[in-house]
Design a binder for this molecule. Sequence first.
Ligand code: HH2
Length: 297
Amino acid sequence: MTFFPRFDYHPGMPVYPFLDCAGRRLPTDRPLVMGVLNVTPDSFSDGGLHAAAGAALAHVRAMVDAGADIIDVGGESTRPGAEPVPLQEELDRVIPVLESLRVELDVVLSIDTSKPAVMQAALDAGAGMLNDVNGLRSPGAMEVAASGAAAVCVMHMQGQPRSMQERPQYADVVAEVTDFLVGKAEALRARGVRGERIVLDPGFGFGKTLEHNLALFRSLPRLVALGYPLLVGVSRKSMVGALLGDRPVSDRLVGSVTAALLAARAGARILRVHDVRETVDALTIQRALDIETIREG
Ligand code: HH2
């Protein structure tokens, strides 16, 4: 009996059997874990913790040892209310870190940025994935994304971080997010980007109320059915805190891991998490014990 999960019973099986991260192929027949490295002073759950180079490397090494497939490096907080970071400052924060991680560790590196100049510098430093919470809307972002060979994650956000949580409004959040993601995937394809390089993300917490987030989460199978690997980032977010009765960020571990597991169960292929070891443990237990998985295996 195999203990590897099979999602064949799921109608939304990704069309592409692997994700192409600048020549490095990650399988999409199991959920991949993306560990978060914020080299920022002000990120909502770990601001300032990993800003020093040594601390960043030690943290990433621990995430890779725990089973992270991808490391997402971010130099600009996108928490609600966050102010934009000047270009040079963001470059100074992330590029030396990417360069040292590339030398020290054998893992796919992703850059979490909306600035085309940071994307380009990160590609030059060896990044295998671009992760843009602004959905490639900055002038030039689409072109930089298309020009390289890296995977591209397009995320949906309504508004900008500074004000996105003030009054998010949708007529139909699932339809609007779906249309946006499909439009961006088609725009990338029109620029010659193969489907194996595209990842979509509904953007939990980005210009969305709790109700919007819940509607999107419950529609994950529909988003998975678009055929691209779906990334889900709910780790430590306010959505988890709210469901647990306004828990502080420091007390959202079990809620976050459970939500990640359920996202994987619904077909998400990349789980963006702060707590890699705990998430990998949960996925391992699911592989061994989930009755659907065993039945299919
Ligand atoms: N969430 C955050 C940042 N980047 N990228 C994608 N694709 N999806 C997400 O859900 C997502 C993301 C926010 O989390 P974090 O990086 O921990 O916080 P901050 O933005 O404050 O640095």
